[in-house]
Design a protein around this ligand. Sequence first.
Ligand code: GDP
Length: 438
Amino acid sequence: MTNKDCFNSTDKRRADTCAIVGVNWGDEGKGRMVDLVAEDYDVIVRYQGGNNAGHTIKNDCGTFALNLLPSGIFRHEKMNILGNGMVVDIRHLCGEIEKLRAAGVQIDPENLMISERAIIVMPYHVALDGLEETRLSDRPYGSTKRGIAPVYGDKYMKKGIMMGELFEREELLSHLKDVLEFKNLQITGVYGGEPFAFDEMLEYLDTYGDILKPYIGDTGAYLRKAALDGKKILYEAQLGALRDIDFGIYPYTSSSSPLAAYAPIGSGTPDIPVNRVIGIVKAYSSCVGEGPFTCEWHGKQAEELREAGGEYGAATGRPRRVGPIDIVATRYGVNMQGATEIALTKLDVLSYMKEIPICIEYEIDGKITGEFPFPAKLERAKPVMMTMPGWGVDISGIRKYEDLPETARNYVEFVEKQLGCRISFVSVGPGREEIIFR
Ligand code: GDP
């Protein structure tokens, strides 16, 4: 590297970087925002998680649930990166690539790159996930059973296999042997399960690894060069702030960090800061899986909202738990994400309501609070509710903010004030165009 190529810290601060992140429990509509915003960026990076979440995207090519691929994959001129912070189910990734190709999407090493440091999700991780949820029986964590917790556990136990090892045959053979010995002790000894055969695991790595080899590389080096060349980088998160392993509703969290602050680390560029953070907030609450969910509705009220919002998991098809917007949790999410602006999604879904309910504070042990509490305390939180008048008309065709009914604008502006962060996008439908720029 010559002096001229050096990327000094002032340049790095100026790099054009943006993260699109979930503020709530996930499923806020991040995928559709990335699909929209990606137009202005050159590189799109997924930096955490695996195929345990799904981003639903509706565009000219069709409707897709992306589990691993970044949402910029539909535009061939963009580079899409799976960063080192991710865990990659290689069989699933091959399937996802095939599905998109069958729909006419062009995918090749020109527009897809996988970090050599991403950890491979192995079949025994998926098995262990199921075995542990079975052991937990009536106290499940609500795992998606895609092996995500076991593989992140292995990453920190230093028992993971990295994508780049696929190129290092000798090292891979001995590493796999060691790791499998350890994993089989766990599977047979702790759970009484069937051990995994070395030959089968090697064949698995060879079968899917060979397909993916052309895409594997040093994503940090690629991104650093891209930033130096003035390219714009977009980081795409999965899930939301309340699922963060450090700051979420632990243990009902994911095993990774969906925070914007983690994006540079999970991408291979801890030296390049994220300058713009678009926090995605849903106009109401939804949550997949277990854990405290203060605003949860049940029965008919929940069914109506679930139907109106089509709240079924993109990756799993599970009906999502739903309720009104939770200002306490959302404000906390906005802060943890360090959002510089907000996209409020699915406002159209609330059109059927005469009055819009809002959880404005919590009552915990007889005390009113606006602060999001420690997880164990959250179990005892009761929502303090207020309502605002609804609008009662279809708003999905509206494209200008001033054309929204006054009551809808009042709702948006009230939420904005409560969150202390500008709402710069309001979405009123799932399509690429169904959005209002404010
Ligand atoms: P993500 O994981 O955050 O990308 O969210 P999901 O894809 O799981 O969930 C968002 C769902 O809402 C998808 O089915 C989207 O197509 C849909 N969606 C996104 N924005 C809007 C909107 O403004 N209105 C409506 N009705 N649906 C939307």
